[in-house]
Write a protein that binds this ligand. Sequence first.
Ligand code: NDP
Length: 254
Amino acid sequence: MSRLSGRTALVTGASRGIGRGIALRLGREGALVAVHYGSNETAAKETVADILAAGGRAFAVHAELGVPGDAAALWAAFDRAIEAYGERPGLDILVNNAGIALHGEIGTVTEADYDRLFAVNVRAPFFVVQQGLERLRDGGRVINVSSGVTRIALPVLSAYAMTKGALDTMTLTLAQQLGARGITVNAVAPGIIDTDMNSHLADPEQRAQAASLAVLGRVGEPADVAGLVAFVASDDAGWVTGQILDATGGSHLG
Ligand code: NDP
């Protein structure tokens, strides 16, 4: 597969989980992948090593998100890394994937938790896009990782769902703005995916319950989301923009 050869992609939060799955897939499709991570350098190096082992090209980029100056730090690290790699500056595909969850109905959410959640899940991607626009080449892609919880009411994820709703709105408005440059902006909305974020899936009973939510009858894997992201990143999806693409295996269809 080489649908994406000649392209450079940055995937935030690519050390683990869904982001790692996306990075592996984009690497297999021929993209040079910048594997961003927050604190887990070992895991990021593993993602890079796995891409290289599969014949791809990748390098790691470190920046903590959700703190003042995060976007500037991320892009400075990206610029340094791509120069060191000997590749031309800039990129074609930006995947805003890094995010954190917060469990708790509205009554349990503290102001500090709320601010942290919005800083990582909303503020960071907003400024990453803002400061990345000069680097993103015409005809490029912005792909935001949202969540099925924006259409399925889950009070236990109230504040988290709000952050993804904000990301969906950003997707729509950015698509309008960037269309003139041939840049598409879309979101993918996963359902329950087997990652560190869902440690409760280790319990067979909870796993079976989660699997029963999807009409396809199982819990999702990072590769399920990665396939959709790779499609959106490809030329085949060049006429799709401003969309929220469901990747929940058909959760709560009826
Ligand atoms: P994981 O917890 O498995 O991985 C999170 C990734 O984001 C890691 O690479 C982590 O880096 C990075 N990250 C988290 N916080 C920060 C931070 N403050 N600064 C920099 N990097 C950070 O999560 P998932 O893979 O499950 O989730 C990925 C995305 O998918 C999130 O946006 C999530 O909301 C969304 N999503 C997940 C679903 C699921 O069921 N898992 C369902 C729907 C949406 P490091 O390893 O360095 O800590």
